[in-house]
Design a protein around this ligand. Sequence first.
Ligand SMILES: [Zn+2]
Ligand SMILES: [Zn+2]
Length: 244
Amino acid sequence: MSKITVNIDDARCDLAAIFRWSARESMHEGIANHFSYAISDDGQQFLMNPLGVHFSKMRASDLLILDAGKSPSEYDKKVDPTAWWIHSAMHRNNPQARCIVHLHSHYATALSALQDPSLPPVDQTSCRYFNRVAVDIGFNGMGLDAEAERLATLLGNKRMVMMGNHGFMTVAESPALAFDLAYYYERGCRTYLTALSTGAPLAILPDEIAEKTARQWENQDAQVEEHLSAIRNILDEEEPEYRH
Ligand SMILES: [Zn+2]
Ligand SMILES: [Zn+2]
């Protein structure tokens, strides 16, 4: 289990920043999708966005503290029931999953619509995900009750779940890493599907090279904080109210 000391105020600001940046990157989908962050070691309590606040306007103080022991109707602000079910089941079943980023971004969702929704190692970016994605092809409606529980038990030791016919979730110890994984996954899917759409044969890399490159990515994980701080620098200048 993660031994990270949780600073809730920092987590709120980081989450507000990655919500806003996801909107700038057009990785959001209306007011759907959710990011959450466990503030208790057992995953029972977590921060999550309320229903009805646009990603581009999210503020640190908008995020709700939810308790998996309660029900979505017990809060002042609205809670998306599918978010409630999926994220509470994910945190409960994967307490190491401190931060969960769930998106239906354009290219990743297009990949989720293919019969085989796995991302092959076709470039340096897609290599990052080699053998590191739990792929679900059992879509069974909106993520309520049994569907949420099923999704939550698929993760194992992987870094994310590709949700077939739906979207994806990344899982990490920090908002910086969960966002970085999501951002590069979308980029990898974009490259793969663009290459696929040419109809020319793909240059899929051998397993050994894909694995070596994935490990090189993992060695660079410490740099994800630099990615988030570069994003926060821009937001600090252009829309500092995200921190409030
Ligand atoms: Zn979804
Ligand atoms: Zn979600």
